[in-house]
Design a binder for this molecule. Structure first.
Ligand SMILES: [Zn+2]
Length: 275
């Protein structure tokens, strides 16, 4: 990427799907979330809306739900990273319960993929289970950031797989793992985020769904001030929250211009190893 033309506003949390399955995947997700998607879910459809959303680049998070989907997903990821360089950064994924999960992490690194996403609710594990620890050890070793869905999720509303308490334990046990806890540390569990996660040095937050779920600006600022201005990134969860709304939410917070610049792009660029 041309260093002089760095993106000003990066959305660190979006989802896109291959053309062929996009409509079906969105319909299914809309079915249990009850949220009408903002985009058609495709890569080109999402990029074509950037100007309207007020973003210049985004991270698209894949989720390998089955134990075998990762090879195909990560191969496509690598191709898409080359094809949409400067516009979209595609994270790889592997189900930690897959028998070849550790080998796939090596392959993700070799493919030049910039990060990994896991979704404990979809993938069927609790984040602090000891059987996942070899996976975390490997993630720490390859040095890539790992995004966790964190907090409540409509897919498994009564059984939360990634709570602030669980993730605090993981963060303390793996101090070299760069953990991005989506949804500002834990969707709808923000008091616990403030008390258990804010300030941990190897933890990053994105702002995905803060606007939709009505996180108050007071509590946002309490967490932000206790955490670090260097480890919070803009996120929307597009197509489930309109990135324009996410940007507006952040702009309305009582942050300095320097803090906003970090939140909108510098922290993401640094985590993506671009600057
Ligand atoms: Zn998401």
């Amino acid at each position: 990427m041309d260093q002089k033309n760095l993106p000003k506003i990066i959305d660190f949390h979006t989802h896109t799907f291959p053309e062929k399955i996009s409509a079906k995947a969105l319909a299914r997700l809309q079915g249990f979330s009850g949220i009408t998607p903002v985009t058609d879910g495709t890569i080109s459809g999402t990029i074509s809306r950037f100007e309207e959303f007020g973003i210049d680049m985004c991270v698209s998070l894949n989720i390998a739900t089955s134990l075998t989907a990762h090879t195909t997903i990560n191969n496509i990821c690598a191709e898409d990273n080359a094809m949409y360089d400067g516009k979209m950064v595609f994270f790889g994924s592997v189900n930690p319960l897959s028998p070849d999960a550790l080998d796939e992490l090596d392959r993700i690194k070799t493919l030049g993929i910039k990060g990994i996403k896991v979704h404990p609710d979809y993938q069927g594990f609790y984040t602090n289970e000891k059987r996942i620890y070899p996976f975390y050890e490997k993630v720490s070793e390859i040095g890539l950031p790992i995004v966790f869905h964190a907090g409540w999720d409509c897919y498994s509303p009564n059984d939360i797989h990634s709570t602030p308490l669980m993730n605090r334990q993981v963060a303390l046990d793996f101090p070299n793992m760069k953990m991005v806890l989506a949804h500002f540390g834990g969707l709808n569990m923000w008091e616990q985020v403030r008390d258990l996660l804010a300030g941990l040095p190897n933890v990053w937050f994105d702002t995905a769904m803060c606007k939709t779920m009505g996180l108050s600006k007071e509590l946002f600022m309490e967490i932000y001030n206790r955490h670090s201005e260097d480890r919070v990134m803009l996120g929307s969860d597009c197509p489930w929250e309109n990135p324009a709304e996410s940007v507006r939410y952040v702009k309305s917070l009582p942050l300095s211009d320097a803090q906003k610049e970090k939140l909108f792009n510098l922290n993401a660029l640094s985590l993506l190893d671009i600057i």
